[in-house]
Design a binder for this molecule. Structure first.
Ligand SMILES: Nc1ncnc2c1ncn2[C@@H]1O[C@H](COP(=O)(O)OP(=O)(O)OP(=O)(O)O)[C@@H](O)[C@H]1O
Ligand SMILES: [Mg+2]
Length: 314
C-alpha cells in the first residue's frame, strides 16, 4: 500500500510539474501580452485564485457528500462561484443527490474522450459539478496516462472561487492523493467513537504525507452544540498532542431529519428546506470559510500554491 501511495504521489507530482511548466509557458506569453496592452495587466493582477478544499473522512457514511453539495450551495448563495468535483471513484453520487443525470462523467475524461471543462454540469441552483465515474474503485487502477488526463484541464477553471473535492472515505491511496493538491482539507466526523478514531487516523495519514496541510474539522449529526464542541475539542487536542498538528474546528451540523428526507427526494436540503437546522449550520460554516479566506495569507508555499498559480495564470 505504501508503495502504491508513493507511486501515485510521484505520478501526481509529475502531472503537476507538466501543468506548471505549461503555465510557465503561458506566463511568458502573458508577459508579452502585458507589454502590448497595459489594461490587460490590471485585470490579470486582480484575478482571485481558486481555493481548493478537499472533503474527506476516516469512516464512511458520515455525511461528506451531503455536506459538499450543501456547502457548495451555501457558498454559491453568497455569490461565490463553486465547482464541485466528485472524486469518489468507487461510489460517485453527487449527481444523485442533486437529481441530475450527467451525459458525461470522469470516465470520459479518463478515457480521453472529453476534457474536464467539457463535462461540467451547470445546475439551476448556481452550483457547477463534475460528475464522478462509479466503478473506478481507486486511482491505483488507473494508468499514469489516464490519471494525467484527469489532472490536465484543471488549468482552465480559473473562473471559480472554490473547487470542492468530495472524496471517498478512508486512508486509501486515491483519497490521500486528492488531499495533496488541496489548500485545505475538511475532515468530517460524527460523534460516534469509531468515527472519531477514524477521523484521527485520516488526519494522521494526511499529516504524514503533507505536514503543513491546513486541516479543518466538521462534526456532523450532533444533537446539541455542546456535543459538537466537545467532539471537536477531543479531535483537536489528540491531534495536537500526538501529531503536533493544529486542526481547526470549523463547526458542526445538527442531526436533522430533513437531511435524509431531501436525499430521498433528490433535492439538496439547503434548497428544499432552507430554514432547517442543517441549512442554518451550512450558512455558518460557509461564513466561517469566507471569513478565514479574508484574513489569511494565501501564499503558503504548499502544493496548493502550484494550483493557485496555475489558476491565476491561465
Ligand atoms: N446532518 C445529518 N442529519 C441526518 N442525517 C444525515 C446527516 N448527514 C448525513 N446524514 C445521513 O447519512 C447518510 C450518508 O451521508 P453521505 O452520503 O453524505 O455520507 P458520505 O460520507 O458521503 O458517505 P460515503 O463514505 O459512502 O461517501 C445520508 O444518506 C443521510 O441520510
Ligand atoms: Mg459520499
Amino acid at each position: 500500500m505504501q508503495n502504491i501511495t508513493s507511486d501515485i504521489k510521484l505520478d501526481q507530482a509529475a502531472g503537476l510539474r507538466k501543468i506548471v511548466n505549461k503555465s510557465l509557458g503561458s506566463t511568458i506569453s502573458l508577459e508579452e501580452d502585458i507589454d502590448a496592452n497595459e489594461n490587460y495587466e490590471s485585470s490579470y493582477v486582480q484575478k482571485k485564485p481558486t481555493k481548493i478544499i478537499t472533503i474527506t473522512s476516516g469512516k464512511g457514511g458520515v455525511g461528506k457528500t451531503s455536506m459538499s453539495v450543501n456547502l457548495g450551495l451555501a457558498l454559491a448563495k453568497k455569490n461565490k462561484k463553486v465547482l464541485l468535483f466528485d472524486a469518489d471513484l468507487g461510489l460517485a453520487n453527487i449527481n444523485v443527490i442533486l437529481g441530475v443525470v450527467p451525459k458525461y462523467n470522469l470516465y470520459h475524461v479518463v478515457k480521453g474522450h472529453k476534457k474536464l471543462k467539457d463535462i461540467i454540469i451547470h445546475t439551476p441552483e448556481g452550483l457547477d459539478i463534475i460528475a464522478g465515474a462509479s466503478g473506478y474503485s481507486s486511482l491505483a487502477n488507473l494508468s499514469e496516462k489516464e490519471r494525467e488526463k484527469m489532472i490536465t484541464g484543471v488549468d482552465n477553471l480559473s473562473e471559480y472561487d472554490y473547487l470542492l473535492i468530495d472524496t471517498g472515505a478512508g486512508v486509501g491511496s486515491n483519497v490521500i492523493g486528492f488531499t495533496l493538491p488541496a489548500d485545505e482539507v475538511m475532515v468530517i466526523t460524527t460523534p460516534e467513537p469509531t468515527s472519531i478514531t477514524d477521523a484521527y487516523g485520516i488526519i494522521k495519514s494526511i499529516v504524514l504525507e503533507a505536514p503543513d496541510k491546513n486541516i479543518k474539522l466538521i462534526v456532523n449529526r450532533v444533537t446539541t452544540s455542546l456535543e459538537g464542541r466537545k467532539v471537536a475539542e477531543r479531535v483537536v487536542n489528540i491531534s495536537n498532542q500526538f501529531l503536533n498538528v493544529k486542526v481547526e474546528n470549523c463547526g458542526f451540523i445538527y442531526d436533522d431529519e430533513f437531511v435524509s428526507k431531501s436525499i430521498r427526494r433528490q433535492k439538496p436540503f439547503y434548497i428544499m428546506y432552507p430554514k432547517s437546522k442543517a441549512s442554518g449550520c451550512m450558512n455558518i460554516i460557509a461564513s466561517r470559510l469566507l471569513g478565514s479566506e479574508n484574513g489569511e495569507n494565501k501564499e503558503t508555499g504548499s502544493m496548493g500554491s502550484f494550483f493557485r498559480k496555475i489558476f491565476q495564470l491561465v
